[in-house]
Design a protein around this ligand. Structure first.
Ligand code: UDP
Ligand code: MG
Length: 353
């Protein structure tokens, strides 16, 4: 991770920076400090009637696995009793870690915070409303053990509203599948399993958590999908409506652009710019031909305007491309990001360490 958190930031340790909000950090008795194998990450926003049941289901599902685990519950600025209940649970069980936001930042931010605080080798995001079934974790892990890096849940029999949820989501899933080239049925299912290496360095924005399997595939990870159970929400309300579908499609465009052209933005802007120039040229030639051969005056047709507009647009696009090149270089170089990813090194010192 390249961005320094307040704790890692040396300027902060020297007292040069005061966090706007004092952070309360508590450790409860029984904390072992050993890193667990599995980290379950759960965003929680106004789920007071779900957290206790979630905890008991989680404990029984995870205990059955016989592996060490932790669950990071991120309270995303809940206004109800969710945090109080989480606090009570965490005080009796050190495997339950709680991160509380100062305000509501959204599911993606909550997920990102949970991942940042997770220390397990396998990271499993999940919803707090029990629409996902903790019992499915076992099957996700079994699939991961077959050698996959990401296992994505597929809500094959999804229990949500038909017109506002299922149909828009079906269309969005089809679009995502075609544009990304990564063939999954259900990108929006929260329940997934990731190997730590795949997800730790991914920066999440907007609604982009659903695209992590796509990023991962593009970066060379092996991704599988398995059907998981889905239940209707029993307590509390869904936080989303139809507007999310539009956000998802816009995010997809960003993801696609970033992945294809991040290192070469001039190819996108420059190509559009050059086409614009070519069309300006064609309009110019046509205008001159009309004048010389057909004695049509320049101002009798809209061609001069077209020539000017297309020419200026072409120039602008090319300059925008050059500007984005500078931005992208700054982005990569300031953060020490590399334009490639290595899988294995033999007899070679890792440059990143
Ligand atoms: N959530 C959150 N912050 C938000 C909205 C939702 O942490 O601003 C959590 C919510 O508590 C739940 C998960 O994200 O655990 C999924 O939300 P929801 O069940 O409302 O979405 P749906 O299942 O209807 O798509
Ligand atoms: Mg839900």
């Amino acid at each position: 991770m390249n961005t320094l958190s307040p704790v890692q930031n040396p300027a902060n340790q020297a007292g040069a920076y005061n966090a706007p909000q004092a952070r309360r950090v508590e450790q409860y008795a029984g904390q072992t400090g050993a890193t667990p194998e599995i980290s379950v990450v759960i965003p929680v926003f106004n789920e007071e009637d779900n957290v206790e049941l979630l905890y008991s289901k989680l404990v029984s599902a995870l205990t059955e696995l016989g592996r060490s685990w932790e669950a990071i519950l991120v309270d995303d600025g809940s206004k109800d009793k969710s945090f109080k209940k989480l606090e009570a649970i965490a005080s009796g069980d050190s495997r339950i870690k709680v991160v509380r936001f100062v305000k509501n930042f959204g599911q993606t931010a909550a997920l990102a915070a949970g991942i940042d605080h997770a220390s397990g080798d396998v990271i499993i995001p999940m919803d707090a409303d029990l629409q996902n079934d903790p019992a499915d974790i076992k099957r996700l892990l079994a699939k991961l053990d077959e050698g996959f890096d990401v296992v994505s849940g597929w809500r094959k029999e999804r229990k949500d509203e038909l017109f506002l949820r299922l149909i828009p989501s079906w269309i969005a899933n089809k679009i995502i599948s075609v544009i990304s080239g990564v063939r999954l049925h259900d990108y929006g299912c929260s329940l997934k399993a990731y190997r730590k290496e795949v997800i730790k360095d991914v920066r999440l924005y907007g609604e982009m958590h659903r695209f992590v399997p796509i990023y991962a595939t593009w970066l060379g990870a092996a991704v599988a999908e398995i059907p998981v159970d889905h239940h209707a929400r029993q307590f509390g309300q869904s936080k989303y409506g139809i507007s999310r579908t539009f956000k998802v499609v816009l995010d997809l465009m960003t993801v696609k652009f970033m992945s294809t052209y991040l290192t070469k933005p001039i190819y996108v802007f420059g190509t559009a710019g050059l086409w614009s120039m070519v069309m300006a040229m064609a309009a110019f030639v046509w205008m001159v031909v009309l004048k010389l051969c057909y004695h049509t005056s320049f101002i009798e047709t809209p061609l001069p305007v077209l020539v000017a507009v297309l020419f200026v647009m072409g120039m602008q696009l090319i300059f925008m491309g050059l500007q984005s090149e500078i931005l992208m270089r700054t982005y990569h170089e300031s953060q020490g990001k590399r334009i490639y990813r290595v899988k294995t090194l033999l007899n070679v010192q890792d440059q990143n360490q």
